[in-house]
Ligand binder design. Structure first.
Ligand code: FE2
Length: 156
């Protein structure tokens, strides 16, 4: 269904919509993984890790909304359904059950690293096609890399 007219050419729109959709599923999954670990972390560092994980959830939720609405703005329907996220997220499956604090931190280092790698690819891919979307990806990457730094520092 055609509703919103995009300012981009078809080719540029395809590049940008793939990037936005990919970012959406990665960020939704990151918010779910961070909540899963937030609920299941145990150990001496419980409180700091537990609270820190909700900061990741806030970042991921805020940015997932931004990229989804950027897609809508460009006339592309965003797909944040659970099945779509499960099929296409760049984050590997996280084990269920309680997780020790150091392992929780390690899980976040890995998950954030996977999302950051893909987000940087989106920065590269969208510069010509749509610098406005690229700017969004750059801002997201900066926030994710800050979280990544902090979790790495905790297991240093
Ligand atoms: Fe909570």
């Amino acid at each position: 269904m055609y509703v919103v007219k995009s300012p981009l050419s078809d080719a540029d729109l395809k590049t940008v919509s793939d990037a936005l959709q990919g970012a959406l599923v990665d960020l939704v999954d990151l918010s779910l993984v961070a909540k899963q670990i937030h609920w299941n972390v145990v150990g001496a560092r419980f409180r700091s890790v537990h609270l820190q994980l909700d900061e990741v959830v806030d970042t991921a939720r805020t940015h997932s909304d931004t990229v989804a609405e950027r897609a809508s703005t460009l006339g592309v329907s965003p797909d944040g359904r659970a099945g779509t996220v499960a099929r296409s997220s760049g984050i590997g499956e996280v084990a269920g059950g309680w997780v020790k604090d150091a392992d929780a931190v390690g899980t976040l280092v890995e998950a954030l690293g996977a999302v950051i790698t893909r987000m940087r690819e989106r920065v590269e891919a969208t510069g010509e096609a749509d610098p406005v979307s690229q700017d969004i990806f750059i801002g997201i990457t900066a926030d994710l890399e800050k979280h990544h730094w902090m979790f790495q520092a905790e297991n240093g």
